[in-house]
Design a protein around this ligand. Structure first.
Ligand SMILES: Cc1cc2nc3c(=O)[nH]c(=O)nc-3n(C[C@H](O)[C@H](O)[C@H](O)COP(=O)(O)OP(=O)(O)OC[C@H]3O[C@@H](n4cnc5c(N)ncnc54)[C@H](O)[C@@H]3O)c2cc1C
Length: 440
């Protein structure tokens, strides 16, 4: 079935604008690819939760995979789930949590498909313990544009498997995957908040959190500067041993139903938000028990929150820098953001562990990963991000393709020196706006 490209097929940040020439829906995993390579490059589209242009294909064909939404088989003894690639992580949890199983790795939104989680090799708040999503994938099926179907796993077509994990959707259409789940006692997390006064205290809190918590990330007040630079709150958590049979799901509490004519994220609203949020975090009880959704997916409770950034959208800058020299780089990046008064309501920092990467182009690697959402103010914002790239590159770090909308080809190749290995395994009929920007 063909539909016209609509708002649904934007990236989460809405920048850069891109319009697919056609969108075709994939309805059944055994069907042939519903697109013709002679019509131009094609690309699988999951649920558009990538911030930049890795999920869009300007002028080409998008394969909408949300119709591939079936759970296929579940081994309740071992926690092995086989499902189609368009299943959302939230749909997996609806099925698995009442049965005592959880995703070993989840990003901060449950509105992500299995195919999207594989293609960006997403990570969560527990990389130091579990690695990335790709480490949990036991096998996958790939449909190539020549009609060939291949199974790939660590032992079968292993090179193609490692190219597909974190492969940015370029090796073909993932139709289904087998994922290892992990056993949990119930649907609750015991959460602890640890406020810190500045960046040095933040690094200490993150190091301690690696030992103390299964999950940890910290919110930074981007408006703070001088001696307060890097102040914020670390949020740690562990699954509780409290067993519950019924999963308590909270409905969406809020929605942003339309895009306002201008961004609601202004210097004034940012200052107010940061001050209020910092006050709330520090003032609330340090320990709380909460349902897993509240802990992992707080932003999912505001449907369409990206619309507050207005028609110009937002840019997320997410980098990872090594633990030692990375501390100075994080400081420099926060200083540049504070000086630019670009402002960010959402600045998060995590420590990633030293697992070998699951894929050839996987982003997660040992170090600090800092993610900052910025309203798109045109050239001013783009120039700031170019300057941040220089800091990240000098520190030997990398920028996350899943969130990027503007890094240069030169930066990409410096961050991902093995990019040509992915290019060798790429399906010649598949491409994205991102890939054309960084590889041509
Ligand atoms: C609020 C929010 C929080 C986030 N938090 C995190 C986080 O904590 N950690 C993290 O790592 N990321 C995070 N992200 C980013 C997000 O997890 C990734 O961008 C993810 O890949 C999006 O998945 P999607 O299903 O929406 O796929 P899309 O964004 O639509 O596509 C992403 C890529 O996957 C490819 N793809 C999709 N389906 C298939 C398929 N069936 N076969 C082959 N390729 C396919 C696409 O071609 C594209 O290259 C967050 C995003 C948001 C909006």
């Amino acid at each position: 079935m063909t539909t016209s490209a609509s708002d649904r097929y934007r990236s989460w940040g809405g920048y850069p604008p891109a319009t697919a020439a056609r969108v075709v829906r994939v309805g059944w995993r055994s069907d042939p690819l519903p697109a013709d390579p002679s019509d131009g490059p094609m690309l699988a589209f999951g649920n558009g939760r990538s911030y930049g242009d890795v999920c869009v294909n300007d002028g080409g064909t998008l394969l909408d995979t949300r119709g591939l939404d079936r759970l296929i088989a579940f081994d309740a003894e071992r926690g092995l789930l086989r499902c189609e690639s368009g299943v959302l992580l939230g749909e997996i949890l609806d099925f698995s949590v009442p049965r005592g199983w959880f995703l070993p790795v989840t990003p901060a939104t449950a509105q992500v498909t299995v195919g999207g989680a594989i293609a960006n090799d997403v990570h969560g708040k527990n990389h130091h313990r579990a690695g990335s999503f790709g480490h949990q994938v036991r096998s996958l099926e790939l449909l190539r544009s020549d009609g060939v179907r291949l199974t790939a796993s660590p032992t079968e077509n292993p090179q193609l498997f490692r190219a597909t994990i974190g492969g940015l959707g370029l090796t073909g259409l993932v139709t289904q995957a087998e994922i290892q789940l992990k056993s949990v006692a119930g649907p609750y997390i015991d959460q602890e908040r640890v406020p810190f006064a500045n960046l040095d205290a933040c690094f200490r809190a993150l190091a301690e959190a690696d030992q103390r918590f299964e999950y940890a990330s910290a919110w930074l007040d981007c408006a703070a500067s001088g001696p307060d630079l890097g102040r914020g709150v670390l949020i740690g958590g562990d699954h509780t041993a409290v067993a519950e049979t019924r999963r308590q799901r909270r409905p969406l509490a809020l929605a942003v139903p339309f895009t306002p004519a201008a961004s609601l994220v202004t210097p004034w609203t940012l200052r107010a938000f940061n001050a209020t949020y910092a006050g709330l975090q520090i003032g609330r009880p340090a320990r709380r028990r909460m349902p897993v959704e509240r802990f992992f997916y707080p932003m999912d409770r505001i449907d369409g929150w990206n619309r507050i950034y207005g028609p110009s959208g937002l840019l997320r800058y997410q980098c990872v820098v090594p633990l030692g020299p990375g501390q100075a780089a994080v400081r420099e990046i926060l200083e540049q953001i504070a000086q630019s008064s670009a402002g960010s309501p959402l600045a998060l920092i995590k420590r990633l562990g030293n697992h070998p990467p699951a894929g050839v182009l996987s982003f997660p690697r040992e170090g600090y990963t800092l993610a900052v959402d910025l309203p798109n103010r045109g050239q001013q914002t783009l120039s700031l991000l170019d300057a941040l790239d220089q800091v990240t590159r000098a520190a030997g770090g990398a920028v996350y393709p899943a969130t990027d909308a503007r890094m240069s080809a030169e930066s990409f190749r410096a961050y991902y020196p093995r990019w040509q290995e992915l290019a060798r395994h790429a399906d010649p009929a598949f491409s994205s706006s991102f890939w054309r920007r960084v590889s041509e």
